[in-house]
Design a protein around this ligand. Sequence first.
Ligand SMILES: Nc1ncnc2c1ncn2[C@@H]1O[C@H](COP(=O)(O)OP(=O)(O)O)[C@@H](O)[C@H]1O
Ligand SMILES: O=C(O)C1=C[C@@H](OP(=O)(O)O)[C@@H](O)[C@H](O)C1
Ligand SMILES: [Mg+2]
Length: 159
Amino acid sequence: MAAGKTKVGKRVARALGVPFTDTDKRVVADHGPIADIFAEHGAGHFRRLERQAVIDALADARDPGGVVSLGGGAVLDAATRADLSRCSVVYLTVAASAVATRIGGTKRPLLAGGIEDWQRIFDERRPLYEQLASIRFDTSTRPLDAIAADIATWVRGTS
Ligand SMILES: Nc1ncnc2c1ncn2[C@@H]1O[C@H](COP(=O)(O)OP(=O)(O)O)[C@@H](O)[C@H]1O
Ligand SMILES: O=C(O)C1=C[C@@H](OP(=O)(O)O)[C@@H](O)[C@H](O)C1
Ligand SMILES: [Mg+2]
């Protein structure tokens, strides 16, 4: 959460001239605000909706190619991890010191406790992120456009 997946992903897609999908935005478009889904139906229900959004987004992006930004917890789903093992996965990292300003006023239901929640959740998931990453870029200090340009250069080099 707050690593820049949504913002950077959109810019990478623009740089590459390919479609962009954010799985959270798909869930919201179909089912309403994420905070409401968590509050009314629970985390498990959100994860099921998120899984379907991932399936749809990856199918759309398969041919002729596209950029998909996932929610930070999408990797908790084993089937999603299996899907991602067949994709080019860019892992965006961010230092805790940079996160604090990014999550002020956040609507993310899992960050109600602020940076301490962020750190705990990141520590729990970190092995999954590292296992799935094809490459990693840090977003802590550089502008969004510069990070996106570096990722687009990497993508071009892989195809
Ligand atoms: N490299 C960056 N520099 C400054 N602010 C950033 C950077 N990357 C992300 N942000 C800010 O952090 C917040 C979270 O970004 P977002 O793309 O929603 O992250 P994610 O999708 O990983 O949760 C946004 O307000 C965004 O503008
Ligand atoms: O890490 C998580 O469990 C979540 C991350 C959020 O997406 P971002 O990582 O894009 O903030 C969003 O899917 C939801 O609030 C849950
Ligand atoms: Mg996002």
